[in-house]
Every structure is written in C-alpha cells, then in structure tokens.
Design a protein around this ligand. Structure first.
Ligand code: NAD
Length: 236
C-alpha cells in the first residue's frame, strides 16, 4: 500500500520539492495550491491529484482531505507549507495585507491540522509537518507580522504535540533559514552580494521528510545552509 501525502503550497518552492521527493519514494501526492495552473502541472508530473484552493478558508482544508480519501482511500503525511511573506510596514499599516498574511500562514495551518487529523487517525496514524521558519524562533525585525505568524505556528505545534500523539498523529515543524524560492526573489540579490548562502528547496525537502519520521512529538528542526538539520532546544 502506497503512502499518501497531502502538501499545501506545492505548486512552487519547498512544497513542490517535498512532493517530488515523496513521489520519488513511491508516495501518492495530493497537491494543494491557490495557483491552479501550478498545482495541476506538479500533480500531472507526479501522477497525483490536485486542488486549487486558498488555505485560509476552512472549506479548502476539508475539501483537500476529502479529495485524498476519494482518490486514495487514506492519508499518512501532511505538509502544511503554504505561506506568504508579510511585507506589512508598521508605520504604514495595511490591515487587509495583515489579515491576509495571518489568514494564510496561521489559519491555513490551524484548519489544515483540524481537517487532517480524523483521516490520519482512521488511516492507522500519521504525521503532520508545518513549514515554520527561523523567524518562528527568533525575531526578524525586517518583517514583524511574518515573524509573528511563524511564532504562532511553532506555538501551535508545541501545544498540540501531546494531544495529537494520543490520536496517533505526530506533529512537528521545520524552521528553515533563507531558501532560494520565488518567495525571496526580491531580496535574493542582497544575499548573494553579501556572500550569504541560501538553502535550496531540495535541502529543506530532505529535512521535511526526516521530520515526518521523527519519533519526537513537537520536534522543531532548524535547517541552515551547509549544516545537518538540528532539533531546536530551549537555552534555559
Ligand atoms: P513559494 O512562494 O515558492 O511557495 C509558496 C506556495 O504557497 C506557492 O505555490 C503559492 O502559490 C502557495 N500559496 C500562497 N498562498 C496560498 C494560499 N492562500 N493557499 C494555498 N496556497 C498558497 O515559497 P516557499 O519559500 O517555497 O514557501 C513555502 C513555505 O516556506 C512558506 O510557509 C514560507 O513562509 C516558508 N519559508 C520560506 C523560506 C524562504 O526563505 N523561502 C524560509 C523559511 C520558511
């Protein structure tokens, strides 16, 4: 029986790399993205199924899980990865943008977990990995709202690890540094000019795969260029 994986934000960057990696290992993939064309392209490449949907709406997560069940009859791995950068300037606060960033980066994860857990449990247990960020562990003053959303999902993962383990679902997060994807296209030149190495989406995908199989509930895996991913530990 093949592993069934559902990946949000899988039309591009880290999500697409995770879907490709899991499919290479034999998984059947459910590709979810607000970018309909991109979702269809990746799903066709991997012989998977796709849903064009905005994860900030609760129905999207419910539909995505229903699609997994209809297409493959089960669900084993869920990568809650869709995310957008903030770009909310506190001096010229744009409330609409603020709500959008919170909607995708936080609501999308909350709804994704809620929708996925019952089918993961009915499938005999499974794992959820959230793409947080280093900005979920340390303050990133260049983008405070993004930093807030990533801290929020790290808190959710920590708080849910125990209760979900009792439903045979492991939950963890990866916390990557800057990764070479369209999300950081605008700032990439600055990093390259400063000789600052970026992660590749494939390096982060490898960390996501290992996080799926981590025995430690609530594990936060820090991913940085040129180093092995390491679990984050409190200093105090
Ligand atoms: P990306 O822009 O390449 O991919 C993000 C994908 O999410 C896109 O395909 C986009 O269409 C999709 N998406 C956006 N809004 C959506 C919505 N409302 N509903 C469904 N899909 C939506 O960027 P990426 O770097 O691969 O980002 C993936 C995740 O990694 C994000 O959560 C991001 O915050 C996180 N992250 C990125 C970096 C980085 O430096 N690139 C670092 C740490 C964490």
């Amino acid at each position: 029986m093949s592993t069934v994986a559902l990946i949000t934000g899988a039309a591009s960057g880290i999500g697409a790399a995770v879907a490709r990696r899991l499919a290479r290992g034999g998984a059947r993939c459910v590709i979810v993205d607000v970018d309909a064309e991109g979702a269809e392209r990746v799903a066709k490449e991997l012989d998977g199924v796709w849903l064009a949907a905005d994860v900030s709406a609760e129905e999207s997560s419910l539909e995505a899980v229903a699609l997994a069940e209809r297409a493959y009859g089960r669900l084993d791995l869920v990568h809650l990865n869709a995310g957008i950068s903030g770009g909310v300037d506190f001096a010229h606060f744009d409330v609409e943008r603020y709500r959008k960033v919170v909607g995708v980066n936080v609501d999308g994860v909350v709804f994704g977990v809620r929708a996925a857990v019952p089918l993961l449990t009915r499938s005999g247990g499974g794992a959820i990995v959230v793409t947080a960020s280093l900005a979920g562990l340390v303050g990133f003053d260049g983008d405070p709202v993004y930093t807030m959303t990533k801290h929020a999902v790290v808190g959710l993962v920590r708080a849910l690890a125990g209760p979900l383990a009792r439903q045979d679902v492991r939950i963890g997060a990866v916390c990557p540094g800057f990764t070479d994807t369209p999300l950081v296209a605008d700032s990439k030149e600055v990093f390259v000019d400063a000789g600052f190495p970026l992660l590749s989406a494939e390096e982060v995908a490898a960390a996501v795969e290992s996080a799926f199989y981590s025995e430690v509930p609530g594990s936060l895996l820090v991913v940085q260029p040129g180093r092995q991913p390491v679990p984050y530990r409190y200093a105090g």
